[in-house]
Design a binder for this molecule. Sequence first.
Ligand code: BES
Ligand code: MN
Ligand code: MN
Length: 459
Amino acid sequence: MEALKTQLEENKQKYLDELFELLRIPSVSTDPSFSDDVFEAAEFVKKKLAAAGADEVELVATKGYPIVYGEKIIDPNLPTILVYGHYDVQPADPYDLWETPPFEPEIRNDSIYARGSCDDKGQMYMHIKAFEMMMEHDTLACNVKFMIEGEEEVGSKHLSKFVEENKDKLKADVVLISDTSMVSIETPSITAGLRGLSFLEVEVTGPNKDLHSGVYGGAVANPLNVLCEMIAKLKDDDNKVAIPGFYDDVEDVSQAERDEMASVAMDDEVYKRSLNVKELRGEAGYSTIERTAIRPTLDVNGMWGGYIKEGAKTVIGAKATAKISMRLVPHQDSTKIGALFTKYFKSLAPDSVTVKVSTFHGGEPYVTPIDSTAYKAASMAIEKTFGKRPVGIRSGGSIPITALFERVLGVKSILLGFGLDSDDIHSPNEHFGLFNFYKGIETIPYFFKYFAEITQKNN
Ligand code: BES
Ligand code: MN
Ligand code: MN
């Protein structure tokens, strides 16, 4: 393993240059105008995976963006690790809030600034480089399969079909994913749970055309006003979600786990200062970390209608639209929650408007057992390279495909993430610490090593 460390030291710049090349490709999966770039990013990943020494490397075409697959099977008696990651990114908007352009990576404050630097190109690329080092030094301790997709940020639309149709090909003992964050460099952690997601769009329609707000204002329900009133009824005074039945299946987390979370929680004052807000707001009876990790919630992600371009226009728009997401916790079902939302939301509508609710993607929450061989290997690997035993945490984000891996492949996922919550993923000025990038590359081979060792001991 010492040889790997030397190789990493000698190749730091090279690995970074390669990542920069990938970060320059604006692979925004949600916006069709970037379609060519998303395909180009897939090609790039394929090329690098093959160069690193993977066999059977291919781009699996889907109805959407391709899945990059590659594998190295060294011995059928050894355990197999399925590495999952994504090469697509979220839109970089609003561009004017970036200090340097989102697709022209730059190092500042010892961090890589670019869209996708942390989520997930930087973290995914750590695996390709770690694999390359293990191949070069002949220290690959497990079989490995790579599955890198280009539609994670749009709900992994076509990956589920690929997984269902390729159960044998994807057979593995564990799924390894670096697409989450740690508490901090000083408090390394492993994510043991992720929230699920139910995402909908609501459209409220009033009059049959846009109206002059002077000629008609005061006599007709304004769909935007009505939408605001309806949205205001989605939460009560305690900031609990007011949808009947919403909390029915929510898992009660034990006091022991709540205490462990509290021990690593950021101080509220620091949290407020980091966001420049005077007050925090969330469900009564829960701490900040609990509100973001073990409790479900509801947020409006976008809302428009009337006239939203530059300048004033005195108009009552005929329609108002909002995108609304609900983050879900274990045992809540995204389809059931979507239906409860739809029923309640429609019941809030006055006769002056009609309401249409459509569903975007959803995903189920995920928890990984912390007494498994894989979790132990991850814990040992982090302890080895960070010099500290990691704590188990739950994260508020979602990686819906983890629940599918469990359901379809019967395989648990290990969330070995090296980002930080302050990396501004999905926001302007996304960044990823150089320390984190290299630490990831250093840690991954230890996971392989320990996972092979403990698995064999258990057999
Ligand atoms: N990598 C994130 C998820 C994440 C981030 C988990 C930080 C834990 C900590 C992933 O790329 C993501 O953004 N997922 C989406 C869901 C998806 C269905 C669009 C999310 O959480 O909004
Ligand atoms: Mn991600
Ligand atoms: Mn993301």
